[in-house]
Ligand binder design. Sequence first.
Ligand code: GRG
Length: 305
Amino acid sequence: MSKMPSRPRVADFQLDSFLSTKTSHVNQALDAWLPSEKAKPATLHRAMRYSLFAGGKRMRPALCLAAAEACGGGEKDAMPLACAVECIHTYSLIHDDLPCMDDDDFRRGKPTNHKVFGEGIAVLAGDALLTQAFELAVRCRGWSRYPHSQIVLEIARASGSLQLIAGQVADLEGEGQPLSLAELRYIHERKTSALLCCSVRLGGMSANCSPAQLKALTGFGFKVGLAFQIIDDILDVTQTSEQLGKTAGKDTAARKATYPSIVGLEKSRALAKSLTRQAYASLKPFGSRAGVLLALAQFLLERQK
Ligand code: GRG
């Protein structure tokens, strides 16, 4: 196996400051754009905000904003889309944690939504966040290559029955089954990669990027998304619940096929590295403008939670 290419040129402290600045701006925008906790029905809005502000890593918004900058765009134009993908991600986590799905009590270091608000409100908070995402998305100004209809289609497709939900269905139906690597890849591509890829693409669209740039970003987002889920599978068996902020060892307990269970830990790590290398290669057309995206891909590969 060849060595990883040298570390991307953006220094760690710069990535740290990029992430903390963007997280804070995303949090401010979400706070301003979501109904307040006091808006009726207050329980629902409290539940939506409980999960949205529970301390997620904000990786999808960061990828969206970094892609916008790589294409010469700005934070202001990309922000409604960055917030939209975080709402969809949070909805998917709330629903995934329900007893009828993955049945988890612990997420983002806190009791899961249904543990605090009950199952009915948790389902509705997820529904409302999904709907909220489309309301946020139409706040964007629309671009000549990517009018509102294109943006809405992008989000609907990534979160719909052929992608995010298809992945979740295959995941549910695959529990306890001996899956092949190709079947597992089908799940990971849809359950995780589709929304990460969509986040990066939306960032590019908010900068009215060229078709060639969009193609490069798609390759990058897709590979990073797959690597992200393989790392997630690895962390599930190597980290503690305290480190992850969610229940560790869930995949093994639920007899779920994962990359480590099929190919082992070492090969899983090698595959994640190889996908990250392929993601770097996709960004070649961006030259030095790809710095932050490259650093984010490396950060996602090396993350411990
Ligand atoms: C429609 C009832 C119904 C349910 C749909 C679509 C769905 C439920 C669930 C999506 C599947 C899912 C949870 C995929 C996992 C993706 C993943 C690795 C999530 C963790 O992402 P992080 O680490 O989380 O970015 P934080 O908490 O940091 O944001």
